[in-house]
Design a protein around this ligand. Structure first.
Ligand code: APR
Ligand code: ZN
Length: 252
């Protein structure tokens, strides 16, 4: 494992444009359950019912129960993995974070260029009257299970996240593809790479000549694509990589 950590640290220290691509696994050590794997959310919830646009339009309450499970139960905070990535940006190595996560933990950890492919929970809109809410202002309604619009009473308060069946925000997706094309080191952290078009972005980096690294607890069916594969926890591995990078770059 140490040899692999050194190899990734050297790639980063010599890189010109490193990009990090994250999935639910980076937030697992913050207490937010992942979607797949042993106790993944999709074993306990039906994604069609709680995370598809058809399911939401049929029964928005199902999504809001799921959302309580997803974020509120943990009052999630960034973990060492998020902070390590933010530090790599601060020392000028990581130029962008592309994330599939909606939990805003990269920003809370200090990352500034974060491309949220699946949106985020930060804002919620009433689909009937257009009133906009901040997630934090809805927290006690979510906990009470009574999410409805103050203005018009509608139950259709929809967060600005991408539901299954919806397309990704075009500007964010094209910027993420641009970042992948410019990258010379592309690091995937905590993703099973099962959901498209997000899962096609590492291929774009590869085609553009980038060195690919994956840090994941479980093997994925795309590990063959990567130059370096490290099986383990992001919160343990990333800080070790950052320490080595700082040594190589003589950063305090
Ligand atoms: N450190 C690193 N990897 C981890 C950790 C950890 N502490 N814990 C879990 N993992 C790995 C798991 O092995 C798994 O392969 O993270 C991966 C998480 O995979 P998914 O749960 O499938 O999450 P993700 O790849 O982000 O899913 C993509 O699917 O349901 C949709 O919109 C949802 O954005 C999500 C998308
Ligand atoms: Zn309304």
């Amino acid at each position: 494992m140490d040899g692999l950590i050194e190899e990734v640290a050297k790639l980063l220290a010599n890189s010109k444009h490193a990009v990090v691509f994250t999935g639910a696994g980076i937030s697992a050590e913050s207490g937010i359950p992942t979607f797949r794997g042993q106790n993944g959310l999709w074993k306990r919830f039906d994604p069609e019912e709680v995370a598809s646009i058809q399911g939401f339009m049929k029964n928005p309450k199902a999504f809001w129960n799921f959302a309580r499970e997803l974020i509120l139960k943990t009052k999630a905070k960034p973990n060492a993995g998020h902070y390590a990535i933010a530090e790599l940006e601060k020392i000028g190595i990581v130029k962008a974070v592309i994330t599939q996560n909606i939990d805003m933990l990269h920003q809370k950890a200090g990352s500034s260029k974060v491309l949220e492919l699946h949106g985020s929970l930060e804002f919620v809109d009433c689909l009937d009257c257009g009133k906009a809410y901040r997630w934090d202002d809805l927290i006690d309604k979510i906990e009470r299970g009574e999410v409805s619009c103050d203005e018009c009473g509608s139950p259709y308060l929809k967060p600005r996240i991408v539901f299954f069946g919806e397309s990704l925000p075009k500007d964010v997706l094209s910027e993420a593809i641009e970042e992948a094309k410019k990258s010379d080191v592309f690091i995937v952290v905590g993703s099973s790479l099962q959901v498209y078009p997000a899962a096609s972005i590492p291929f774009v980096a590869k085609e553009s000549g980038a060195k690919l690294v994956i840090i994941n607890v479980d093997p994925t069916d795309k590990d063959w694509l990567f130059d370096v594969v490290i099986y383990g926890k992001a919160g343990e591995i990333l800080p070790k990589i950052v320490e080595k990078v700082k040594e190589y770059c003589h950063v305090k």
